[in-house]
Design a binder for this molecule. Structure first.
Ligand code: ADP
Length: 191
């Protein structure tokens, strides 16, 4: 079982890299952002709740997010492992994930943290706003808030995995193929 936590600020390239790693390692990709957007599109109750937070660039409350993530994991009984993309984003979520996996005899293999500077992030998000039409990418104030929320609430999650010796920092600048190779090298060292 391989359970990867893909970590990094908005625009770091988590989604792009997750797609490649999923194929290579035969894992199930769980992106909390994608699941929330799917629920918004389908006008579910969860979607309308999540939307009110996402539109401002704030985090969806932990209780809601954790419950949703756990039910997604439970849908994939025969999975060889998971890539968690956009989760955990708070220390509470990280602890919940550990407890949840431990109860199933599983654990997080490694957190892979993509490193990209603020200027590059802002420019990538602007480009993504044009191609993917995500509302939260189109508004500079919302982008700034997402980066601020990341620094305050999410970046401490890295320390949580560092303390467990499960942290790998990956340079997220350069060609997509080159970054993919860096990630695979770090994963292969751990499995
Ligand atoms: P990005 O990393 O580019 O901001 P995501 O698609 O990962 O994009 O997330 C979009 C939004 O979804 C976040 O700004 C937040 O509102 C919500 N979200 C995603 N994952 C989580 C999470 N683990 N906890 C709380 N909110 C989340």
């Amino acid at each position: 079982m391989i359970n990867l936590v893909l970590f990094g600020p908005p625009g770091a390239g988590k989604g792009t890299q997750a797609k490649r790693l999923v194929e290579h390692y035969q894992l199930v990709h769980l992106s909390t952002g994608d699941i929330f957007r799917y629920n918004i599109k389908n006008q579910t109750e969860l979607g309308s709740l999540a939307k009110s937070y996402m539109d401002k660039g704030n985090l969806v409350p932990d209780g809601v997010t954790i419950k949703m993530l756990e039910s997604e994991v439970d849908k994939h009984h025969s999975a060889k492992g998971f890539i968690f993309d956009g989760f955990p984003r708070t220390e509470t979520q990280a602890r919940a994930l550990d407890d949840f996996l431990a109860a199933k005899g599983m654990e997080v293999t490694v957190m892979l943290a993509l490193h990209v500077d603020d200027q590059e992030l802002t420019s990538r998000l602007k480009k993504r706003a044009e191609t993917e039409g995500r509302a939260d990418d189109a508004n500079p104030e919302v982008i700034a808030n997402r980066i601020a929320v990341y620094k305050k609430e999410t970046s401490p999650v890295a320390d949580y995995y560092k303390a467990k010796g499960k942290f790998e920092s990956i340079d997220g600048i350069g060609a997509v193929d080159a970054i993919e190779a860096r990630l695979k090298e770090a994963i292969d060292r751990r499995i």
